[in-house]
Design a binder for this molecule. Structure first.
Ligand code: 13P
Ligand code: SF4
Length: 310
């Protein structure tokens, strides 16, 4: 089916089935264009929680769709491809996590939202990249913290807050692929540019960045800034909407190491979703996110605790 026909049919299916399409900034441009809401992981969670639609079509990765289901369990939550995973979430299995938790029985467990429902259920509070500092600061100073699964975000919080935290050794394959050497070369060519980076990036990149924030925060910074050139250290999907919103600004994707699997800044997990698969999942109402009532009951607590602070 041609792209235009797919788009028309998706729009019709949304009306017929009272469905809403929520998309992350890292989705392909055509998926973002059919979405009713595009956002970062915090924004998408809030939107999923408040929607009155019967079906949530989640164009993102598995942990995000799970979070939507946990926050609004009476809705049918569809994910175009169940293979849309995340290297961070995959690095932290419940068995491994329980072993680490056993070593730190008195620590408050803070988990980055990029983890499975099982890991969330084992946590005291969840955070996203846009509220991680606030969440850590909400924990009393004398209370030790175990933070998982992103070591780069964790190290960034330690540096910003001065809090000691035990860090899980996980990382994002996309944000670990940026090359500082190449980044410096681009900066030298564009001395007035601003470097904006996601906190999942390695410390050496964050040290060199002018602004660090979640995908929504990076977007807002670029839109509001009076500079013309930006080097953007996050997944390239974020550039799709930005290029429409600030057509006169020059947006340069941060360069990656040559031996990066695709030599690009794309998240292969995010990109397994396609417009065709999104259409198919709306027709078939499958694949659907299924989580037991008991797991939802446990996993919702740390997420709601986060949303109360935001
Ligand atoms: P955001 O919270 O900025 O949406 O980031 C999600 C993510 O997966 C980054 O790689
Ligand atoms: Fe996970 Fe990284 Fe992909 Fe985000 S960009 S979904 S953290 S693998």
């Amino acid at each position: 089916m041609k792209r235009e026909e797919l788009i028309d049919r998706i729009q019709q299916l949304k009306k017929d089935k009272n469905a809403v399409v929520l998309a992350h900034y890292y989705q392909t441009g055509d998926i973002q264009d059919v979405a009713d809401f595009i956002g970062d992981s915090l924004g998408l969670s809030i939107e999923a929680k408040k929607t009155t639609a019967d079906i949530i079509v989640f164009a993102g990765v598995h942990f995000m769709a799970e979070t939507a289901k946990i926050l609004n369990p009476t809705k049918k939550v569809l994910l175009p491809d169940l293979e849309a995973g995340c290297s961070l979430a995959d690095s932290c299995t419940p068995e491994m996590f329980q072993n680490v938790k056993n070593k730190f029985p008195n620590h408050t467990v803070i988990t980055y939202v990029n983890c499975s429902a099982e890991i969330k259920a084992m946590s005291d509070i969840v955070c996203t990249s846009s509220n991680a500092l606030k969440i850590v600061e909400s924990i009393p100073n004398d209370q030790p913290i175990l933070f998982a699964p992103d070591k780069n975000l964790g190290a960034y919080i330690v540096k910003k807050t001065g809090r000691e935290m035990e860090l899980w050794e996980g990382a994002c394959v996309v944000h670990e692929a940026f090359s500082l050497e190449k980044l410096i070369k681009i900066r030298l060519k564009h001395p007035k540019s601003k470097i904006v980076a996601h906190p999942e990036s390695e410390e050496q990149i964050l040290k060199y960045a002018d602004f660090i924030g979640s995908t929504s925060e990076m977007k807002a910074f670029i839109i509001d800034s009076d500079r013309e050139v930006f080097i953007v250290a996050t997944e390239e999907g974020i550039l799709h909407g930005l290029r429409k919103e600030v057509p006169n600004k020059i947006l340069i994707p941060a360069p990656v190491y040559e031996d990066n699997s695709c030599a690009c800044g794309e998240c292969a997990f995010m990109k397994v979703n396609t417009l065709q698969k999104l259409y198919n999942c709306m027709v078939n109402e499958s694949p659907e996110i299924q989580i037991s009532d008991e797991l939802i009951r446990q996993a919702v607590k740390p997420i709601e605790r986060m949303l109360a602070i935001k």
